[in-house]
Write a protein that binds this ligand. Sequence first.
Ligand code: C5P
Length: 229
Amino acid sequence: CRVAAVVPAAGCGERMAHSVPKQYLPVSGRPLVIHCLTALQEVPWVARVVVVADDLARMLGVVQQARLSKVTVIQGGGSRHRSICAGVEALAEDPPDVVVVHDGVRPLLPLTILTQVVVAAERYGVAGTVRPLVSTVVKPDPKGFLEESLTRTHYRNSEMPQAFRFDVLREAYRRCSEDELDHGTECLALAFHHAGIRAKLVPGTPHLWKVTEERDLVVARTLLPRHHR
Ligand code: C5P
């Protein structure tokens, strides 16, 4: 099975108060995005990695400095879906069987989880990683009063990595609306609604967390090995 990866790493990380976008912030001696790209580079059966950036020159610079031979940089941005879609199209000329999607701001990518989602995607068409909810999810009404409260044990957080048969994800992006491209947040939902495939859900680990807020950087700097070169 031929496997490639798309790493969305555009956008500016609005929930962090830095002038530098979070994917370029230094973590243990390297820009944050380089950690997950290195993890993918080191997996022998991942043939190609496309990283999607909105500042091409900056991303090319950090990728070249890290000497990541499997990684190509392409232009994305606009929205998360538009970035991932651009990555998928970049692979289309020589399509892989399975494409993995992993966020550039999720620095850890355990090989066991990556393997499980790829094997599940090969078998079922689509696979995602999930974690138990830490807090209960509630839906407020427009006036700020409780409209609905979900039973926590029935739900999961959808995390990354996710994996798709390449033609399934490409077809889902072809069929979805402009509105979904701009505002959607979840590829599993696209594959369900537009390719009719229900994702197999694989239990993840806390290490798959996404660097979102300031304190996540402290955690990342503690967990990730320092880079000496
Ligand atoms: O915004 P959020 O933190 O949820 O972003 C998750 C991932 O999506 C990040 O890796 C970010 O770089 C990527 N993204 C993107 N293009 C955008 C917005 C977000 O590639 N326009």
